[in-house]
Design a protein around this ligand. Structure first.
Ligand SMILES: NC(=O)c1ccc[n+]([C@@H]2O[C@H](COP(=O)([O-])OP(=O)(O)OC[C@H]3O[C@@H](n4cnc5c(N)ncnc54)[C@H](OP(=O)(O)O)[C@@H]3O)[C@@H](O)[C@H]2O)c1
Length: 331
C-alpha cells in the first residue's frame, strides 16, 4: 500500500514524503483494518509533523488524526466484528490515517449514514466534537449568554457561530480579515469584530459593557491575552489552540481581581475521561447536528495522497477559505 511518512519533525511541506509498496498494517484483537477514503488536513496534523503537538510519535510516522474509510477486516472481538464492512469515521491517534490502509481500535470508528458525503464524514470528529463539547459540556453556555471567540472565521469557529444561533447563546466573533464579517453574520453571528480595528476588550465592552462571561481562544499570544481581558468578573475562558505559536501574557492581578478561570481544553484528553455512554451520546448529537448543517465543514480544495506536500502548503496558507481534504480512495 501507499502511505505518507515523515522521518524528522519539521515544516510539513518539506519533511513529508510518499512511501509506495509497504505492507498494510495488521489489526490486533479489538482493532479494525480500515481502507481509507479521505482525510482532512487539520492544524493538529500540521503541528504533529512539526513536532509541536501534545503527542510525539516514534519516527518514521504517518500523520492523520481523523478521516473516513471502510472496515475491511478485524483482529477479533465483538465490537470489531460488528463494524466489519461499514463505512466509518476513523479516529486515529496511533498510526495515522494518511495511508491507503490503517489500523485503529474498534471503539474509535463510528458508522456514518449512507447519505453523509465522504467529505463530511472525514471531518466527523475533531472540530464538531470540540465545538460541541467546549460550549455544551464544559462551559455549558446558557441561552442568552455571551460567548467571545477568536479565529471565528475558521471551520471550527463557524460551527460555534451556527451552534450559538441554534441553541440561542450569543456570539462575539473576532476575525483578522474584514471580508469575513458579512459571511459570519449570515451564519448567525451576533457581532463580528476585526482585530485591527482596535483592542479587543474595548471593542467587546462597547457591545457588552461588563465584558463576556464565556470565551474560547485557539490563537494565544496577544490575541489570547486580549480575549482573556474581555471577560467579565467571574468569567471563564478555554484556551484550545496555539495558532500564533506565542505565549499568552496576562498580569496575575487581572485573574485575582476578577475571579477568572482560564483552562486548557484538548478533545483527546477530554474524551478519554468520558464514559462510553457519554461518547455515544456525543456521536449521536454530532450526527444530528451535521445533518442539520450546524456542524458542517466547508472544503476549499481536494488533493490526491501523492500531492500531500501541496495539500499541507495550502492548509497552512492564511485566508485559505475552508478545509483541505486528502482523497485517498473511492467507495
Ligand atoms: N484542543 C482541541 O481539542 C482542538 C480540537 C479541534 C481544533 N482545535 C484547534 O482549533 C483551531 C481552529 O481549527 P480549524 O480546523 O477551525 O482551523 P482552520 O479552519 O484552519 O481555521 C483557522 C482560523 O484561524 C485563523 N488564524 C490562523 N492563525 C491565526 C493567527 N495567528 N491569528 C489570528 N487568527 C489566526 C485563520 O484565519 P484566516 O482565515 O484569516 O487564515 C482561520 O480563520 C486550531 O488551532 C486547532 O488546532 C483544537
Amino acid at each position: 500500500m501507499k502511505r505518507v511518512v515523515f522521518d524528522r519533525f519539521g515544516p510539513p511541506a518539506e519533511v513529508l514524503r510518499i512511501e509506495d509498496d509497504v505492507p498494510a498494517p495488521q489489526p490486533g484483537f479489538g482493532e479494525v483494518l480500515v481502507r481509507m477514503l479521505a482525510s482532512p488536513v487539520n492544524p493538529s496534523d500540521l503541528m504533529y509533523v512539526a513536532g509541536k503537538y501534545g503527542l510525539k510519535p516514534a519516527l518514521p510516522a504517518t500523520p492523520g488524526f481523523e478521516g473516513v474509510g471502510v472496515v475491511e477486516a478485524t483482529g477479533g472481538g465483538p465490537l470489531a466484528w460488528w463494524r466489519k464492512g461499514k463505512r466509518v469515521a476513523v479516529i486515529n491517534d496511533r498510526i495515522g490515517n494518511w495511508a491507503e490502509y490503517t489500523v485503529t481500535k474498534a471503539r474509535q470508528v463510528v458508522p456514518v449514514p449512507d447519505e453523509m458525503s465522504d467529505e463530511q464524514a472525514a471531518s466527523f470528529f475533531v472540530n464538531p466534537a470540540t465545538a460541541l463539547a467546549m460550549t455544551q459540556d464544559v462551559l455549558k453556555v446558557p441561552r442568552g449568554a455571551w460567548l467571545l471567540q477568536s479565529a471565528a472565521g475558521g471551520e471550527l469557529g463557524k460551527m460555534v457561530i451556527r451552534l450559538g444561533y441554534k441553541l440561542a447563546f450569543r456570539t462575539i466573533n473576532v476575525v483578522r480579515r474584514r471580508e469575513q464579517v458579512e459571511e459570519l453574520k449570515k451564519l448567525g453571528a451576533d457581532h463580528v469584530i476585526v482585530e485591527s480595528d482596535g483592542p479587543i476588550p474595548e471593542q467587546v465592552r462597547k457591545l457588552v459593557p461588563d465584558g463576556v462571561r464565556y470565551a474560547i481562544d485557539p490563537v494565544g499570544g496577544a490575541t489570547g491575552a486580549q480575549v482573556i481581558a474581555s471577560l467579565s468578573h467571574g468569567g471563564r475562558c478555554l484556551l484550545y489552540g496555539s495558532l500564533s505559536d506565542e505565549p499568552v501574557s496576562v498580569h496575575p492581578r487581572y485573574f485575582i481581581g476578577n475571579d477568572l478561570r482560564v483552562e486548557g481544553f484538548w478533545l483527546g484528553a477530554w474524551a478519554k475521561k468520558q464514559g462510553v455512554l457519554t461518547m455515544l451520546k456525543l456521536f449521536r448529537r454530532v450526527r444530528a447536528l451535521m445533518r442539520e448543517g450546524v456542524l458542517q465543514t466547508h472544503f476549499a480544495a481536494t488533493y490526491p495522497l501523492e500531492d500531500v506536500a501541496k495539500a499541507v502548503e495550502h492548509a497552512a496558507a492564511p485566508g485559505k477559505g475552508g478545509k483541505v481534504l486528502l482523497r485517498i480512495g473511492v467507495r
